[in-house]
Design a protein around this ligand. Structure first.
Ligand SMILES: N[C@@H](CCC(=O)N[C@@H](CS)C(=O)NCC(=O)O)C(=O)O
Length: 222
């Protein structure tokens, strides 16, 4: 059975988790603390410490760079999900680069503001240390004081996606492609703390989000 090594509020883990549930294949999630990655180090034979990681029998899959999409492409070709059709090659790359930087930035900061509510107590010290080493001392407090501006930035970054949904159900055409799952993962991370709702003015995005929560591959036209 396919195994997904993950932690629950990670935007990138949510992407893979939703692709797997969309596919309908049985899979199991293996919880890994966000701050302690020895299991990942071990199964990747000391080649990777990031998450998510997939294990499928003897194969262990992980990303090779920021934009590699190794996991999603593996699942797509193994399970024939139609996530990376030729006609959208290139366009999807530009979109996921945008989604995983300009959209992901405000999403994870807005969620991290509430970190003490969802990071287990024993992980809180290494969590804070990891964040402050990466983003500077007091980073989370500064995100908290800039919360309104971050929400405005997110609303602004989502405008092109709202526009793309004017005359179709998914971002590129009538079925979800990789970028739909990618954007979904970032937004679920934003919503994870339970303190936020999607920006009210993006009404089509709200309906798309509802569709993305439950869409199944086998319910789409062949
Ligand atoms: N482009 C990668 C990014 C993955 C990523 O940034 N994962 C985070 C968790 S959300 C991570 O493990 N970062 C390294 C660390 O925390 O040490 C992907 O799509 O998987």
């Amino acid at each position: 059975m396919i195994e997904l090594f993950q932690f629950p509020w990670s935007p990138f883990c949510i992407v893979q988790n939703r692709i797997l549930s969309f596919s309908g294949v049985p899979f199991r999630t293996v919880p890994v603390p966000s701050t302690e990655r020895s299991i990942v180090w071990e199964i990747t034979r000391q080649r990777y410490y990031g998450l998510p990681v997939l294990r499928d029998g003897r194969d262990v899959l992980f990303e090779t760079d920021e934009d590699s999409q190794v996991l999603a492409k593996y699942l797509d070709s193994k399970l024939h999900l139609g996530l990376f059709p030729r006609e959208w090659e290139g366009v999807q790359t530009i979109m996921w680069m945008q989604i995983e930087s300009r959209v992901e930035g405000p999403c994870f900061k807005l969620n991290d503001i509430h970190w003490q509510e969802f990071v287990p107590k024993e992980e809180q010290l290494p969590f804070l240390r990891h964040k402050e080493r990466k983003f500077g001392r007091g980073c989370i407090d500064s995100w908290k004081s800039g919360q309104k501006a971050l929400l405005t930035a997110l609303e602004h970054e989502l405008v092109p996606f709202e526009l793309m949904l004017s005359d179709r159900d998914y971002l590129l055409d009538e079925r979800p492609r990789f970028v739909d799952f990618d954007l979904f993962g970032m937004l679920e991370n934003f919503l994870y703390s339970g303190h936020y709702k999607l920006p009210r003015r993006h009404t089509r995005l709200a309906k798309w989000h509802e569709r993305m929560k439950s869409v199944q591959h086998n319910s789409l036209p062949a």
